[in-house]
Design a protein around this ligand. Structure first.
Ligand SMILES: [Zn+2]
Ligand SMILES: [Zn+2]
Length: 299
């Protein structure tokens, strides 16, 4: 049986090592991908620190996955839009769902499926190739120069109050922003983000997937008195979102490839995670988005 390489993290704050596993023959209804790129997510960095409570060690990390179909189980498989998959098709993988339970059918939130058939990234090594930091990814149920007008540099504007003043000064009437996205992934930044919102505005937190501790928050003065709407999201709720995102990417009007500042081999997963947990620098260059390219750099 052929073997393939995968990066294994033995325990929180442990060691990344490359191990070989037998490459599975895809069972009926399953798909084996040859990995192209796997994004290094802050969730991977938090998993390294032991802050992602769902992780099972020794763990195979990597959930931001793009690969091409290497082999299909008997009977073939379809993507989220019902198209028959062919060898060589490029796909991105989401978690598998049952399509039958309350969450899937009534709530239309397959992300929360109670019978989730497979998850990726942070699973134990018992399931072969369940993380994208590997040459292969085994799927049991596949689904498939923009920029800022104003930048406030956190290296130069060091104090939260000064950053808040700088943000408000850029909004109409100095009232604050209609909508603020929290992407930092640290609890204190959540409070700072809310201070950027205008009264009556909305705050969407999407970076705090991992538990980085408590903050003190006054629900009267910071929420009710300001008539603010708070929202939290743990990634895609509906796979329809992924379809829309795919369409936007396929139009190629946004130079999204420039977001990937580094493509690194499997041997350098440890460097990538260390950068995300420290100064966001790899090989002397700022890391915007690090992707692991298990089978060689992707053009
Ligand atoms: Zn992620
Ligand atoms: Zn379900």
């Amino acid at each position: 049986m052929p073997r393939g390489r995968a990066v294994v993290l033995d325990r929180p704050l442990g060691t990344f090592s490359i191990e070989e596993f037998p490459v599975p023959d895809p069972a009926p209804g399953t798909v084996l991908l040859s990995m192209e790129l796997c994004g290094c997510c802050a969730t991977d960095a938090h998993t390294y620190l032991g802050q992602w409570k769902n992780a099972r060690f020794p763990a195979l990390l990597g959930h931001e996955n793009v690969g091409s179909v290497h082999a299909l189980g008997a009977g073939g498989q379809r993507d989220y839009l019902g198209r028959e998959l062919q060898p060589g098709d490029r796909v991105f993988a989401r978690w598998g769902w049952c399509g039958q339970c309350y969450e899937c059918r009534s709530l239309q939130q397959p992300r929360r499926c109670r019978n989730r058939t497979i998850s990726y990234g942070g699973m134990s090594v018992d399931g072969p190739f369940s993380g994208g930091l590997a040459e292969y990814l085994y799927l049991s149920a596949p689904a498939t120069t923009f920029g800022a007008d104003v930048v406030v540099d956190i290296d130069r504007v060091r104090k939260p109050e000064e950053r808040t003043r700088a943000v408000l000064a850029e909004t109409p009437g100095g009232l604050g922003a209609d909508l603020v996205f929290g992407c930092v992934g640290l609890a204190p930044a959540w409070l700072e983000g809310i201070s950027y919102v205008r009264d009556g505005g909305r705050f969407m937190e999407l970076g705090l997937a991992s538990d980085t501790g408590d903050v003190s928050f006054n629900p009267s003065t910071q929420l009710v008195a300001r008539n603010i709407t708070l929202m939290g999201t743990l990634g895609l709720e509906s796979y329809q979102d992924a379809v829309v995102a795919g369409r936007i990417m396929e139009q190629r009007q946004l130079p999204l490839e420039r977001l990937v500042s580094h493509q690194l081999p499997l041997e350098r997963v440890g460097d990538a995670i260390q950068a995300l947990n420290s100064n966001f620098t790899v090989d002397g260059r700022t890391a915007i988005k690090i992707a692991i390219a298990p089978n060689g750099t992707v053009g």
